[in-house]
Design a protein around this ligand. Structure first.
Ligand code: FE2
Length: 140
């Protein structure tokens, strides 16, 4: 369970940094909208970083906390980013959100099998947040 939780933590960190990079690199006539929306999304991911680590501590697990450990536990690929349109930026984010939704589902199943109710409940909250943003990202 701890390995899966650190994997989820690493994935949220990788996703948050990728979205922050896209927030910096996005260009185009809709810059103001895209720049602001990408900031909202990485804030959302950063909150999930914190909540994942804290629910682990509540369950007497030690979350990893260095950049190297986040990267080595993450399943999500880091991206070498460049200046991009909002269309491509939001497509990258939507793909990561779909992967995160799957990962959260796997973590929830494992938590339920081990009767770790707090983690299963937290996964439901993450699923709801991720699914709503994923829906918005795919309406363009
Ligand atoms: Fe900023």
């Amino acid at each position: 369970m701890i390995k899966m939780m650190n994997g989820l933590l690493g994935d949220f960190v990788v996703a948050a940094h990728k979205v922050q990079g896209l927030h910096w690199y996005v260009k185009g006539p809709d810059f103001f909208m895209a720049h602001a929306k990408l900031e909202e999304i990485y804030d959302e991911l950063q909150l999930m970083v914190d909540e994942t680590a804290e629910v682990m501590l509540m369950c007497e697990m030690k979350p990893v906390a260095t950049m190297g450990e986040f990267a080595s536990h993450a399943q999500l690929e880091e991206a070498k980013l460049d200046f991009t349109t909002s269309k491509d930026a939001f497509a990258i984010v939507a793909k990561d959100y779909a992967a995160l939704i799957e990962n959260v589902g796997d973590v929830k199943a494992k938590a339920e099998s081990e009767h770790l109710d707090l983690i299963a409940l937290k996964c439901d909250t993450f699923h709801e947040t991720l699914a709503k943003t994923h829906w918005m990202l795919t309406q363009r």
